[in-house]
Design a binder for this molecule. Structure first.
Ligand code: SAM
Length: 341
């Protein structure tokens, strides 16, 4: 355990705050015994570099960065020290070129806000795609002599507040680079930790799982499918069988009346499923009703009223030409969904 190692350390001096240890273990644990490239900015007496070596194991490459040339003395097997300023991008580039992209960066360097921000802004996208970036001792973000202060422009904490918007760039129109490279950012007392992950188009995918079998209806109006959904009730009847009922009470913007529809798309959440239709009808405003003749496309019909759907090919179409939509108030479907997986 890393904390135990720190408490019983008899080697070089380590300068850490004890409550950082649960944070370190949370983010660094997955790199133990891996071929990890670990950068610590700020070497001081070299003790923390030795601790990372002991913790991460024999495949780790530990790279210490410090402005003080004396730190070069702390090199040993697996531990490399490079002397330079953490804000010097030419120097940082040379260290990347020498060792490869870091998997972990721990910034324990000058703790001056402009330095911390500059290093992060240059190095964050250089960290490997499943890597981790941690900045510690961020109490200095509130200390005047380090360029900090509560809500003071230019502090790393203020930058993080902006990054909270950036991590949600898929939903607010901001540039996507940070969101596309980041899984999480977590704020602790004096520490901020970033976990990277590569997002691709298919990463963001809304999906319901088979255990909550559910299906949606989409209305095809004006040559496109609307987003609005019917009310749906799903009841587990036995094992993998669910009874579903769609009761379309009205369409948003239609003033409570259903507009003319050509077709409805049925979108089951589970894949594949069979759907046995037990009832399908329209109910008119005068209380009358009419059986809906349903035809499906992209579904295999195995027997009357029993259809097999595959989630990525889920289109159900019903022919509405016989329905007078000017006076339809409800459309009802009900049946049994059975998951086949
Ligand atoms: C808090 S100490 C590091 C402690 C060490 N990581 C440990 O846990 O034992 C900070 C170190 O950052 C170095 N430092 C200060 N300003 C720097 C800068 N601009 N670039 C790189 N290193 C810097 C100092 O020389 C000092 O050794």
């Amino acid at each position: 355990m890393l904390y135990q190692d720190f408490l019983t350390n008899q080697k070089r001096l380590i300068h850490k705050v004890t409550h950082y240890f649960p944070v370190y273990e949370r983010y660094f644990n997955k790199f133990v015994n891996q071929s990890v490239i670990f950068w610590e900015i700020g070497v001081f007496q070299g003790g923390s570099l030795q601790m990372w070596k002991r913790y991460l194991g024999p495949f780790a490459t530990i790279v210490g960065i410090d402005i003080n040339p004396d730190c070069k003395n702390f090199e040993e097997h697996q531990i490399h020290v490079r002397i330079g300023n953490q804000t010097d991008t030419t120097f940082l580039r040379s260290v990347i070129d020498e060792f490869g992209a870091p998997d972990i960066i721990l910034d324990d360097g000058s703790h001056i806000m402009s330095d911390v921000c500059a290093t992060f802004q240059y190095m964050y996208d250089k960290v490997s795609k499943n890597g981790v970036y941690i900045v510690e001792d961020l109490h200095t973000a509130y200390w005047d002599e380090y360029g900090g202060g509560l809500k003071r422009e230019g502090s790393f904490i203020e930058l993080c507040k902006d990054l909270m918007d950036s991590i949600n760039a898929r939903h607010n129109g901001l540039p996507r680079a940070f969101a596309d490279a980041t899984f999480s950012m977590s704020v602790y007392d004096s520490v901020v930790a970033f976990e990277k992950k590569e997002w691709r188009e298919e990463t963001y995918h809304v999906q319901m799982t088979p255990s909550t079998v559910f299906a949606q209806l989409f209305f095809y109006i004006d040559e496109q499918y609307g987003e609005e959904r019917s009310l749906t009730e799903t009841v587990l009847v036995k094992d993998n069988q669910y009874k579903v009922a769609f009761d379309v009470l009205g369409y948003a913007g239609s003033g409570g009346k259903l507009p003319m529809m050509k077709e409805i798309r049925f979108d089951p959440a589970a894949e594949p499923i069979t759907f046995t239709i037990t009832e399908s009808k329209v109910i008119y405003s005068n209380g009358g009703s009419q059986h809906l003749k349903i035809t499906f496309s992209n579904a295999e019909m195995s027997e009357s009223g029993r259809y097999t759907f595959h989630h990525n090919d889920p289109i159900l179409i019903f022919d509405s030409s016989e329905v007078d939509f000017t006076s339809v108030e409800h459309i009802c479907f009900s049946g049994i969904i059975e998951t086949l997986n």
